[in-house]
Write a protein that binds this ligand. Structure first.
Ligand code: NI
Length: 136
């Protein structure tokens, strides 16, 4: 076991209260809860940057009236057309659309492209969800 380090963290009281409430009855102390949170984040990042072949979906909710947004979204999909398999589009209301894009390819590439899509101005929410395909 490596040496323990102490560090100070500034955090909003309300956020800390919610975190403590979430971990009540699970962790004996806040330090262990934070250590597990950091480990989970590291594992998630390792997975996101792996070079495994995966299939999945990118789900986006966006304001289709945002100037230039749909052009940028479709340009990215055309630039990486090998990764994008098909789209499902739903007009949610007068302003917002839901787009579910089926993707397949290397996890690290899909992570980067989904981050670019989600970061576009006018995208309110986005998420990449993947699973591995076992050939055996
Ligand atoms: Ni629409």
């Amino acid at each position: 076991m490596s040496e323990l380090k102490r560090f100070g963290v500034s955090i909003e009281a309300e956020l800390l209260a919610r975190f403590d409430q979430l971990n009540e009855g699970i962790y004996n102390n806040r330090s262990e809860a934070i250590r597990d949170l950091i480990r989970d984040k590291l594992i998630t990042k390792e997975k996101e940057n792996s070079q495994e072949n995966v299939v999945g979906t990118i789900t986006l909710i966006y304001n289709f009236k945002q100037p230039g947004l749909t052009d940028k979204m479709y340009q990215l999909q055309h630039d990486y057309h090998c990764l994008f398999k098909t789209n499902l589009h739903l007009h949610l209301n007068h302003k917002f659309c839901l787009e579910v894009i089926v993707v397949e390819g290397l996890q690290n590439k899909l992570t980067k492209i989904s981050e670019r899509l989600i970061a576009l101005k006018g995208v309110k929410h986005g998420k990449l969800t993947v699973t591995k395909v076992n050939e055996s």
